[in-house]
Design a binder for this molecule. Sequence first.
Ligand code: IVH
Length: 713
Amino acid sequence: MKAFNNNYIIFFCSEKEWIPFFYLFFITFAFHNNSMLTRIKELTELLHQHNYNYYVLDNHIISDSEFDKLLEELAYLEKEYPQYIQQGSPTQRVGGEVTKNFATVQHIFPMLSLGNTYSFEEIEEFDRRVQNAMLQKPEYVCELKYDGVAISLIYENGKLLRAVTRGDGIQGDDVTQNVKTIRTIPLKLFRDYPHFFEVRGEILLPHKAFEKLNAEREDIGEQPFANPRNAASGSLKLQNSTEVANRSLDCRLYMALGNKLPFITHLESFTKLKEWGFKTPETVQKCNSIEEIRAFINHWDMEREKLPFDIDGVVIKVNDFAQQQQLGTTAKSPRWAIAYKFKAKQVLTPLLSIDFQVGRTGVVTPVANLRPVLLAGTMVKRASLHNNDIIQQFDIHENDYLYVEKGGEIIPKIVGVELSNRLPNAKKVAFVSQCPYCQTLLIKKEEEVGYYCPNEWNCPPQVKGKLEHFISRKAMNIDSLGEGKIELLYDKGLVKTSADFYSLKPENILGLEKRTADEAQNERIVSFREKTTENMLAGIKQSKNVPFERVLFAMGIRYVGETTAKKLARYFKNIDTLANATKNELKEVDDVGEMVAESIVQFFNTVENLENIVKLYKVGVKMELDAENQTLISNVLEGKSVVVSGVFSIPRDVMKQKIEQHGGKNVSAISRNIDFVIAGENMGPEKRKKAEKLSIPILSETELEKMIFSLNY
Ligand code: IVH
């Protein structure tokens, strides 16, 4: 009755004999699916709870790796059974959505701002005004004024429905997909929450995450953010939510709005918000007198440097909602609250000299060397002057006394010059016209503020910077080459390009030695003894296993960060196709706009880059995607160009991946060359109109599933 071939079990039986098999199959299938649904639900709940414990309550119950394992299991099941993905699933935190234009959304209640002051007398006046309008003595709540980006979150049936920026206070940008990646913002609430309500608060970028982000940006030749607030705001406006997920944004939610909410004071609202799953301000204090308010302000003015994020003041609010209502609002701000803003910490110190540093991409940054001075708890010796515009703007002269400020910025900022201290014959500071390292004439691109050195292949800091980037952890990860070894190898003329690493021989390096000094002027000796040499060469050899996407990142193409490199690798599959891609073809990849495409084309038009790539290829560095990333599940969509638009039951990236796994090609814009459009919920109306005009078939997600299914099974 039964015969086996390689892949299939073939049954030979009469029509009637099929029936019991059919039932058995159906029951097994239904039972299996049901248990998968139960497991997906179970994991979703469990991960929500762990997320809350970890990120909101700071209570670490399970280890990171246990958490990751559960998340991985859920992601796997969701991929296999996309029909069972729960709304607000914790896997959405990893992002995946790409938003080209943020929709403008009207706020339900206008987002007012706070009246603010730098003087304590005005706080006393505020208190008098409040007392005059009240019959009873008001009780105040003092909390920190977070220096981030205001956000409005709408929850319906306990699920995050929408996240909107402040905008002009009347309408803002819909940044829901990006906000969903922030782990401290609940996607799903716990219990007893109102059916529909709004929560407001601030999205912040903690100092550690800010420093990491700026280091990464400098690594790929992008301008660092001036302060965490700008970085948070820029992050919320990123088009690719996967990138937002990597930025470690955080939040504090300090206000709830809605009908008949179950609390009558501001402090009570925090208790409830926390119970529902929100991260509320941890530093709040009930104050019954102006003296208590003063003490709170003074305390945080002194202590703010110790916080892991920026604050720019203290907010004082009337606690009782009935009293808040009685006081009302002006057109711009509530009468029941006021912000006391801290003065930025400033010092005056003389300029000793200016260094002109050259980075990996050749950009020249002027850095002021200052007489060391204590500012907001740290000793400041250097401050970036960013570019020539800043030097001109302040008209800086040699030996000038400069005002240095540490407000929202972590890196101290020069904010002015004390003219009364200027020496009579002081010379104006001039920006260098030649590279201080290789004497090449500097160039200024019209669209950019900075000058740069065009001698990319022979300018020492540029060459060394490129090599350092090549070996860095997220690139080729050759840590046995760290700690000054590149400097030594470069100085001895042994490496100039990344391909040179692979032809290093032990006999050329054994015994090399160099004495250097670290930042604190401590002497350090870099030397190649037998073991170091062995380890280094082993690390270099090992790097031939690094996957293509990281090799691409390691090449150091300007504006191509880790994520973009991954996307390019997945899209073009190998270096040949990528190197031959036109600007328009490059722009088909998510994240790749005009500037990035231009930079990639330029990179592959440079002979030195091509020669280096050929050498790397010859020694065995990977120049194509690994087979497992290339395998096709079917060729159902072979030769088909597909546009994906709207929201699906699975993240859009997964949908696109699916199309590729079945042989299709993802294209972002609708044109005559498109074979069909896969439309999800809220497909862009313009796209739909265009597709209809060109008579391009519009398929639903289910229709696509059927197409893949029918040919696949
Ligand atoms: S209460 C009516 N509390 O400061 C406005 N605001 O202009 C009620 N902010 O846009 C806001 N920390 O983004 C409030 N603890 C806090 C705050 C805070 C920061 C921001 C908020 C607002 C701006 C005031």
